[in-house]
Design a protein around this ligand. Structure first.
Ligand SMILES: CC(C)(COP(=O)(O)OP(=O)(O)OC[C@H]1O[C@@H](n2cnc3c(N)ncnc32)[C@H](O)[C@@H]1OP(=O)(O)O)[C@@H](O)C(=O)NCCC(=O)NCCS
Length: 186
């Protein structure tokens, strides 16, 4: 019998809250089962934040304060082909469109059985943050990601299920990552 809680955009913030990464965070227990992503959070994320290279948000469980997931967000811009621009009804003479990139995303494996939908909730939340940015500060049409197919080829499916498309302009089958985009306004 499945006893996990399904996390959705509607209920996510009743279970969890977001916190900006800062010096005193206890990160040692976070384990997403990919060493590179664990090390990034524990070793590099704070330095990148201080240098304004990446902004990291932790998703914490209200009940225990444990870290359930993290994501690092950065400013981005993507080049779209003529076909891609017409798909998004972007009738402009230039190729480059503003975006926000999910530079890192990982969920804590320890909570895999307790919750489903955490990764999707992080994507939903990144979109919501990008929309807020559009209301107050600057334009940003897409959420982008370099899907890390080196560690897990099927991760592409996770992003596709969350509304991402593969970018034609940057597509290269032999790369370790695949450039993808999600239209924040579709
Ligand atoms: C990738 C990751 C963030 C997904 O988080 P998650 O909480 O498992 O995702 P969700 O529960 O929201 O999954 C949504 C859907 O995508 C599917 N999915 C999730 N991860 C998947 C994967 N690696 N491969 C294929 N499908 C996947 C789920 O089965 C689910 O499908 P369903 O709606 O049909 O049931 C998480 O597995 C992770 O942290 N992986 C290690 C680090 C990593 O690879 N990060 C991405 C780097 S680009």
């Amino acid at each position: 019998m499945n006893s996990h809680a399904l996390i959705t955009p509607e209920n996510g913030l009743t279970f969890f809250f977001f916190e900006r990464l800062f010096e005193l965070n206890q990160l040692s227990k976070f384990d997403c089962s990919v060493a590179e992503y664990n090390e990034y959070l524990k070793i590099d994320a704070l330095r990148s934040q201080k240098d304004h290279i990446a902004f990291t948000l932790l998703l914490r469980e209200k009940e225990t304060n444990r870290i359930i997931a993290y994501m690092s967000l950065i400013a981005d811009a993507i080049k779209l082909s003529v076909t891609e621009k017409s798909l998004h009804l972007l009738d402009y003479p230039f190729k480059t469109i503003p975006a926000m990139k999910v530079a890192k995303l990982a969920t804590n494996s320890e909570f895999q059985e307790k919750y489903k939908g955490i990764g999707s909730f992080m994507i939903y939340s990144a979109c919501a943050m990008a929309r807020e940015c559009n209301k107050k500060y600057m334009a940003c049409r897409f959420l982008t990601v370099d899907a890390d197919v080196e560690h897990n080829a099927s991760v592409l499916d996770f992003y596709k299920k969350n509304g991402f498309l593969v970018n034609e302009e940057l597509y290269n089958k032999n790369r370790k990552t695949i450039s993808m985009r999600k239209d924040i306004y579709s």
